[in-house]
Design a protein around this ligand. Structure first.
Ligand SMILES: [Zn+2]
Length: 268
């Protein structure tokens, strides 16, 4: 019996340590993780990327990881490093999201593209995609102050899209339906990285908030901002419309976090 005691104690220690370092999330989540390690400088690694992290008042660390919509469900390593070596390890268990199916019917020219249109769509997508990795020096805050507009959520995040019966990419944002002309306000300060009138996305604004966080607003009737401009939280950036491939006036609101397609609602 006496011999068993150290075994029991070491088992208890092991389970206490393991408990704080196993994180769970669902596809599309932004996960907040913590480490009790009190190092001067720590870097948070996951999915082969460095994620934003800050030291808290008690000297422990907090960081945020974006789980792309299409991350394969499974177990992934999380590492806290001081730049030279790994100081602490944890695991992230990613679960499959429960996403709905969404069908839309549009004019043929908005579903079957001729060669020049396809070329235009691809070059517009390349320009927008470049904003997802553009460095922006801004306040290290990833929390959105609210939704960018009042309205009804018409298509949720992650929905599997069918356009005229053909499966397309999953819905990488949320759609908020509201009357044309309704104001769109930015829920977080940042720098306007891109303003464009795109074939599919319509009038679009991309805002970089720093820390690898970029929000995108599409199908706008009008835009009030220009590229390079810094904007404040709650500033109006334009109005709801139905430009591009849209079946009615609505805002498509998408968020990329270090290029991961994440659910904007997980940042509210
Ligand atoms: Zn949408």
């Amino acid at each position: 019996m006496i011999k068993l005691i150290p075994l029991i104690i070491s088992f208890m220690l092991f389970s206490a340590a393991a408990q704080g370092s196993e994180w769970t999330a669902t596809q599309g989540d932004v996960l907040s993780v913590k480490s009790s390690v009190q190092a001067e400088k720590l870097r948070l690694w996951c999915f082969g990327k460095i994620w934003p992290a800050k030291q808290l008042a008690n000297r422990s660390w907090q960081g945020w990881i974006g789980i792309d919509l299409k991350t394969k469900p499974g177990i992934y390593p999380i590492e806290w490093s001081n730049g030279k070596q790994v100081i602490a390890k944890a695991t992230l268990s990613v679960a499959k999201g429960e996403f709905r199916i969404s069908h839309i019917t549009v004019e043929k020219k908005m579903a079957d593209f001729d060669a020049p249109t396809l070329k235009r769509i691809r070059s517009e997508a390349t320009l927008l995609r470049a904003t997802y990795t553009a460095p922006v020096d801004a306040n290290p805050d990833i929390h959105m102050a609210g939704k960018p507009t009042e309205g009804i959520e018409s298509t949720p995040f992650g929905a599997q899209r069918y356009v005229n019966g053909v499966a397309r990419s999953p819905h990488s944002g949320i759609d908020i339906a509201a009357p044309a002309g309704t104001a769109i306000i930015t829920p977080l300060a940042g720098k306007v990285l891109h303003v464009a009138d795109m074939y599919l996305n319509g009038k679009t604004v991309a805002i970089g908030h720093g820390n690898g966080l970029v929000s995108v607003y599409s199908h706008m009737q009008s835009t009030d901002v220009k590229q390079g401009q810094w904007i404040q939280t709650h500033q109006k950036i334009g109005e709801i419309g139905s430009t591009g491939r849209a079946t009615g006036p609505h805002l498509h609101w998408g968020v990329r976090f270090h290029n991961a397609r994440v659910n904007p609602e997980t940042l509210l």
